[in-house]
Design a protein around this ligand. Structure first.
Ligand code: GRF
Length: 201
């Protein structure tokens, strides 16, 4: 059984989507450990509720590399094949990215490369785009800049508020992330430059 490590800083609804998909046998593997840099993160509580190892790693007062090395050690101790960032509010250092080459995923609430970074749903709404959505991409050392594995478009309605749009994008994230994880775990993705070639797609 392939093992996934999930990093969270907050609510953990994407973590929950991954846990639920694994339980249904739709993830292509299991969630082996959940790590958070925020002690009170709801994501850690969700992990405990699901009977999964939930590890708090404090980043305060540490160099980025030292913190990252600690997290990498925890993930390795749980024999993780794939790392999923799910609302993890820290940029990864090269130490981390090189420890899991091509094996770190992130989910982002916009159609990248539009609106990288924080508050993407509101920025898209403010900009007046007619279509936004969710992106799952491989993580490199930049901000939301790695090769794209999967995207789902969400229409922006004239009646939308930023909150309503964000809620529909979140639903898309919950569908998309488990599917993208499965593609990676089943070895159905190959990276050619910036492009992720998905077998059978
Ligand atoms: C999601 O919108 C995700 O795209 C972004 O952070 C949010 C995390 O939400 N990276 P949750 O913690 O998974 O509920």
């Amino acid at each position: 059984m392939k093992k996934v490590g999930v990093l969270v800083s907050g609510r953990g609804s994407n973590l929950q989507a991954l846990i639920d998909a694994a339980r249904r046998g739709e993830l292509g593997g299991e969630v082996a450990v959940v790590v958070s840099n925020v002690e009170g993160a709801l994501g850690l509580e969700r992990a405990r509720q699901a009977g999964l190892p939930a590890v708090f790693c404090d980043h305060r007062g540490k160099e980025r590399e030292a913190f990252d090395a600690e997290v990498v050690e925890t993930l390795r101790a749980h024999h993780v094949d794939l790392v999923c960032l799910a609302g993890f509010m820290r940029l990864l250092s090269p130490v981390f990215v090189r420890a899991f080459p091509g094996r770190i995923l992130n989910v982002h609430p916009a159609l990248l490369p539009a609106f990288p970074g924080l508050d993407a749903q509101r920025l898209a709404w403010d900009h007046g785009v007619k279509v936004s959505g969710a992106t799952v991409h491989l993580v490199d050392e930049g901000l939301d800049s790695g090769p794209i594995v999967a995207q789902e478009a969400v229409r922006v309605l004239s009646s939308d508020t930023p909150e309503a749009l964000a809620a529909r994008i979140l639903e898309a994230e919950h569908r998309l992330y488990p599917r993208a994880v499965r593609l990676l775990l089943e070895g159905r993705c190959r990276v050619e430059g910036r492009r992720v070639i998905v077998e059978g797609e």
